[in-house]
Design a protein around this ligand. Structure first.
Ligand code: 9MR
Length: 373
C-alpha cells in the first residue's frame, strides 16, 4: 500500500511536470501555425546575438522575421557602389538556421535612402535614366544576393498618401508613378520565386485603399508580379476602428492579393494630436501625454489594451484565408520605436513582452484565442 502511494505520488509529480512543461512550451507560432505566420522585427542587438533573452523569445514564439533597420538602402549602400552586407547577411543566416519565413525590408523607400541616390556631383537631381539605373542596380544587387533565402520583399514602402495622391518623394519627382512597377519588375527579375509586396501605413484610409487597389489591378493587367499588400499596423487604443481595418483587408484581398499585417504594435498611451507613422512627423513633449512613466500601466488601461489586441487578432483569424502573416514591430516594450514617436522620451507599452523580457498575460490569451478558432 505504502509502495502504491509512493508510486502514485511520483506519477502525479511527473504528470504535473509534463503539464507544466506543456504549458510553458505553448508558443504563439505553434498556436497560429494553422492560420498565418507570426513574425517579429529584429534589431542589431538581436542580429549580433547580443540580446540573448530577446533571441530566446524570437526562436520560441515567432515563425517569421524582418530586419527593423539594417536592410534599408542608406545602410546597404551608403556610398554609390559600396555595399555593406555584414548585418543583413547575419540576419538572413539567422532566418535560414531557424527555418523562418524571412522578409526583406525595404528596397525602395523615400526615407532612409542615402542622399547620393538622387543627385549628381553638383547636388542637382539626376535624370530619369540615371535614377532608373541606380534603382535597378540597388534592387538587383540586394535581391540576387539573398535569392531563395528571403521569401518576400517589401519592394516599395510608403509611396501613397492618405488622400490617394502619390507622395512627392524624389522617386516620384524624377520618375513619376512608374517608379513603383519598375521596382517590382526589377525585383522579380532578380528572384522570380520571391513574393513581392507593397507596404504602407494608414492603409485603411479610403483614398489610400482606392489608389492601392487601382495600382494592384493595373499591375495585374500589365502582367507585373505583386503578391501582397503589407498593412502596417502602428495603431493605438482608439484608432483605427476594427471595421475600417477590416474593410481594407477585404478590399485588398478582392483586388487579388494576399494581405500581411506588418509592423504591428498597439500603443497604450494617449493618442497624439496627429496620427501618422511617417518618421518625420514628430511632436513636442507634453507631460500629460506620458502618463505611465513609472513602468506600470494602470489595470483599466491594460485591460483596454488587451482587448484591442484580442479584437485585432479575432479580425485576423476571421480573415485567415486572406492573411499570410502578422508581424509585430519588435519583441519587448524597451525595443519599441514608439517610446520616441511621435513624441520623444515617452514610456510606451505596445508589444507582447515587457522591458524585463517577461511574457505579458496577453500572450496566453492570444494562444487561447487561436485554439478556439
Ligand atoms: O522602427 C524603425 C526605427 O528604429 C527607425 O529609426 C525608423 C526610421 O527609419 O524606422 C522605423 O521603422 C519604420 C519602418 O521601417 C517603416 N514603417 C514605419 C516604421 C516606424 O517608423
Amino acid at each position: 500500500m505504502k509502495k502504491r502511494i509512493i508510486l502514485m505520488t511520483l506519477l502525479g509529480l511527473v504528470s504535473y511536470k509534463v503539464g507544466a512543461q506543456t504549458k510553458k512550451s505553448a508558443s504563439l507560432k505553434q498556436a497560429y501555425a494553422k492560420d498565418f505566420y507570426i513574425g517579429t522585427a529584429l534589431n542589431l542587438q538581436h542580429i549580433h546575438d547580443k540580446d540573448k533573452k530577446g533571441i530566446n523569445i524570437i526562436k520560441k514564439d515567432f515563425s517569421s522575421i524582418v530586419a527593423e533597420n539594417c536592410m534599408k538602402s542608406m545602410f546597404l549602400q551608403p556610398v554609390e557602389g559600396q555595399f555593406f552586407f555584414d548585418d543583413a547577411d547575419k540576419f538572413v543566416a539567422f532566418g535560414q538556421q531557424n527555418n523562418m519565413f524571412t522578409i526583406g525590408h525595404t528596397l525602395v523607400w523615400h526615407s532612409q535612402a542615402p542622399d547620393w541616390f538622387f543627385v549628381d556631383k553638383d547636388g542637382k537631381n539626376v535624370s530619369a535614366d540615371v535614377l532608373k539605373q541606380r534603382m535597378k542596380n540597388h534592387i538587383q544587387t540586394v535581391v540576387s544576393r539573398y535569392k531563395g533565402k528571403i521569401k518576400g520583399w517589401d519592394v516599395v514602402n510608403e509611396a501613397i498618401m492618405e488622400d490617394g495622391s502619390y507622395r512627392k518623394s524624389k522617386f516620384y519627382e524624377i520618375l513619376g508613378e512608374e517608379f513603383i512597377p519598375l521596382a517590382f519588375q526589377w525585383a522579380h527579375e532578380a528572384d522570380p520565386d520571391a513574393e513581392l509586396y507593397y507596404n504602407d501605413y494608414n492603409e485603411w484610409h479610403s483614398g489610400k485603399v482606392q489608389q492601392i487597389t487601382k495600382m494592384i489591378k493595373d499591375f495585374k493587367s500589365r502582367g507585373i508580379r505583386i503578391d501582397g499588400i503589407g498593412m502596417q499596423a502602428h495603431v493605438g487604443l482608439d484608432y483605427p476602428s476594427i471595421e475600417e481595418y477590416e474593410k481594407a483587408i477585404v478590399a485588398y484581398a478582392n483586388a487579388g492579393v494576399k494581405v500581411s499585417v506588418t509592423e504591428l504594435e498597439i500603443s497604450a498611451l494617449p493618442s497624439p494630436h496627429r496620427i501618422s507613422s511617417n518618421v518625420a512627423d514628430t511632436q513636442a513633449y507634453e507631460k500629460q501625454l506620458n502618463p505611465y512613466n513609472n513602468g506600470i500601466l494602470p489595470a483599466d488601461v491594460e485591460a483596454a489594451w488587451e482587448k484591442r489586441y484580442l479584437d485585432f487578432f479575432s479580425l485576423f483569424l476571421k480573415h485567415k484565408d486572406k492573411v499570410e502573416r502578422v508581424t509585430l514591430w519588435g519583441v519587448t516594450d524597451g525595443d519599441s520605436w514608439k517610446n520616441d514617436f511621435p513624441i520623444v522620451g515617452r514610456t510606451d507599452y505596445p508589444l507582447l513582452f515587457d522591458r524585463k523580457y517577461k511574457e505579458k498575460p496577453i500572450v496566453k490569451k492570444l494562444i487561447h484565442l487561436a485554439k478556439e478558432n
